[in-house]
Design a protein around this ligand. Sequence first.
Ligand code: ADP
Ligand code: MG
Length: 238
Amino acid sequence: MGRIQLKSVTKSFGDVQVIPPLDLTIEDGEFTVFVGPSGCGKSTLLRLIAGLEDITSGHIEIDGADATDVPPAKRWLAMVFQSYALYPHMTVRKNIAFPLRMAKLDQAEIDKRVEGAAGVLNLTDYLDRRPGQLSGGQRQRVAIGRAIVREPAAFLFDEPLSNLDAALRVGMRLEISELHERLATTMIYVTHDQVEAMTMADKIVVLQAGVIEQVGSPLELYRTPRNLFVAGFIGSPK
Ligand code: ADP
Ligand code: MG
């Protein structure tokens, strides 16, 4: 589960069209990275997929069903942001369990999912701590844990590592890639960082001013950039 299709999707804010008609298919289980300079529309595109913004025209399909008018909570996608707003007064266990308690799952199912997520994220020993007693990387993992327990059809990451220092960022990149391998779930990851895109992606979508310049594997973009923008941005020797 987790195939996402955008069909002639546009987005305008007032009179300003930030996404001209755009077609894109995100394959089931793939790690897709949206990359491009600041202001090119990466976050907007992710928010349209999540349903946090209404599209101006076009259609979005998730797993073959029209999701254009489906509210965010029912799209079954999990969004992970750069500012991981954890509840400081709650333990890690309660923070991770929070979306499940809101969804009124029974306690045995909540415990099972929280412990499963904690295991995957190496947080088992930290479940009774509060966010203030964790490192930045551990806090980011708790935020990811809160997304995992919902068992989403896809994960949407919006520059989740940009608040972390460089060393931690490298480690977290590896952890997110490993998570993708273990869960085999569709992931869309937004970044303006070319290295992140090249090292993490199965497929890269290069954006400039709301327009897709090229879609391909890291190797394809490196070897055969379609234009100078892609070449320059990816760092190809063209
Ligand atoms: P990125 O994430 O690639 O940095 P964004 O998707 O945040 O880019 O923004 C794309 C463009 O849309 C920018 O020009 C930005 O100013 C504009 N934009 C984003 N959100 C809004 C909004 N809520 N109202 C008006 N303009 C917006
Ligand atoms: Mg952004």
